[in-house]
Design a protein around this ligand. Sequence first.
Ligand SMILES: Nc1ncnc2c1ncn2[C@@H]1O[C@H](COP(=O)(O)OP(=O)(O)OP(=O)(O)O)[C@@H](O)[C@H]1O
Ligand SMILES: [Mg+2]
Length: 248
Amino acid sequence: MSDILVAEGVGKKFGGFVALKEVSVRFARDKLAAIIGPNGAGKSTFFNVISGAFPASSGRVSFEGHDITGLPPHEYARRGIAKSFQITNVFPQLSAHENVRVAAQMQKTRYNLWTPRAAIRELIEEADQLLERVGIAGKRHAVARDLAHGEQRCLEIAMALACKPRLLLLDEPTAGMSPEETVKMMDLIVWLAAERTVILVEHKMKLVMGICQQLVVLHHGELLAQGTPDDIRANDEVRRVYLGQGKH
Ligand SMILES: Nc1ncnc2c1ncn2[C@@H]1O[C@H](COP(=O)(O)OP(=O)(O)OP(=O)(O)O)[C@@H](O)[C@H]1O
Ligand SMILES: [Mg+2]
C-alpha cells in the first residue's frame, strides 16, 4: 500500500463559514509532502482535521487503510501519527531533557513508580538521543522557557518523535525563525523524512520546492492543485493565484 494518509471529501465549517470544501488528497508513504497556499487558504484547518485536532464537518480520513475519522487525539498518537506539539505543550519550567523524557514516558503505558531502574535509564538515553537528533543536545539542561524560539521548535519535534510516529505532521515549522534557524530546521526536516512520512504546512513556497516530493496547493478552502514541485511550477492557475503575488 503506497498511500499512508487519504483524505476524501474533507470539509470544515466554522459556523456558517466554509473554511474547507471537499478536499481529497492521497499522501504517499515515506515521502515528504507540503501543503501550501496563500494566507487564509485553509492549510491549518486541513492540517488540524488530518491530525485529529478538529473534527471534520464532512468527509473521511484514513491512515494505513483504516478509517480514523473522528477518533480522539490519543488514538491518533497510538496509531503512529504525531504532530508538532504547540509551544503550550512544552513544560516551560522543565529542562529540555525533562520535557522529552516526559513525552517518552507517556508513550510507555506501563511506566509507574515501580518501573525498574533499567527502564528509567533507557528513557534517559532515549531523551538524550532525541535531543541529539534535533540538534539541541548542548541545551539538555536548559529550562525550556529560556531556549531560543528555534530551539523550542526543535524541542517540540523531539517530543513528537518520542511517540515513534510513522507519520509526522508539522504546521509551519519555520514560523518566526531567523534565516539561520530556518536553514537548520529545513535540514532537520529532510533528515527526518528519510525515515518516516512527513507532511508539513508551509506558507513560504520557495522553502519547500527543493525538498518535497509532493505538493498540495489550497486556495479559498479548495484543492487548487497537487503534484510534484515541477507539476506545481508548471501549473498556470497556481502561478496566477500564488506565485503571481511575487513575494513568495
Ligand atoms: N476557529 C475558527 N473559527 C472561524 N474561522 C476560522 C477558524 N480557523 C480558521 N478560520 C478561517 O478559515 C480560513 C482558513 O484559515 P486557516 O487558518 O486554515 O488558513 P491558513 O491557510 O492556515 O492561513 P495562514 O497562512 O495565515 O496560516 C480563514 O478565513 C480563517 O479566518
Ligand atoms: Mg495556518
